[in-house]
Design a protein. Structure first.
Length: 184
């Protein structure tokens, strides 16, 4: 495709302008998603995003040699190394936050939270009791009983989360300990 600029002087000026752009324009999160390998996920409906998050975790765990199966019911998303897990997924919000929604008290032992930024991923493996205690009511404020959420700035997660992962490598080190162990 040819450039709409035909005047060589304008082309020179345009080239100079493009070298100055980085000094004046800070790309938004939305701009970054356009060139991200995860960008297509943001265009999917919420329900599909959740399913994609589950599939990403299941595929990643399987690729790392962990035994992963479907749970067989709606109380948990997967069974990883004999442990029932619920998987929550968030892409980076424009505010710089991850928000893991629809956390419920169901039949699972651990909650896996996968957060995707345009070129970065973060992951935490939390015992259900910790997740439920730290989550806040999603509907009707703090009085909400049915569903809850965890929301925090991706660049500065709460310090209490540190022992449950942060990077994919740290999350895997927790999951790896489940190999060959007895289910909880």
């Amino acid at each position: 495709m040819s450039s709409p600029i035909t005047d060589p002087e304008v082309a020179l000026l345009a080239a100079l302008a493009s070298t100055l752009e980085a000094d004046y324009v800070t790309p938004t999160v939305e701009d970054q998603w356009q060139s991200s390998p995860f960008g297509w996920i943001r265009a999917r409906p919420s329900r599909q995003k959740g399913k994609i998050g589950e599939q990403l975790i299941a595929g990643w765990c399987a690729a790392k040699g962990l035994n992963v199966t479907r749970s067989g019911d709606a109380q948990a998303d997967r069974v990883i190394e004999g442990r029932r897990v619920e998987i929550k997924f968030s892409t980076l919000w424009e505010s710089g936050a991850y928000t893991f929604q629809q956390i419920r008290n169901q039949d699972y032992s651990h909650l896996i939270c996968l957060g995707l930024s345009p070129f970065h991923a973060q992951c935490w493996v939390l015992p259900k009791e910790v997740a439920l205690r730290r989550a806040t009511g999603q509907h009707m404020g703090s009085a909400a009983r049915d569903t809850a959420w965890l929301s925090f700035q991706a660049a500065s997660p709460p310090s209490w989360l540190g022992r449950y992962g942060g990077t994919l490598g740290l999350a895997y080190s927790i999951l790896e300990k489940w190999k060959g162990g007895s289910p909880q």
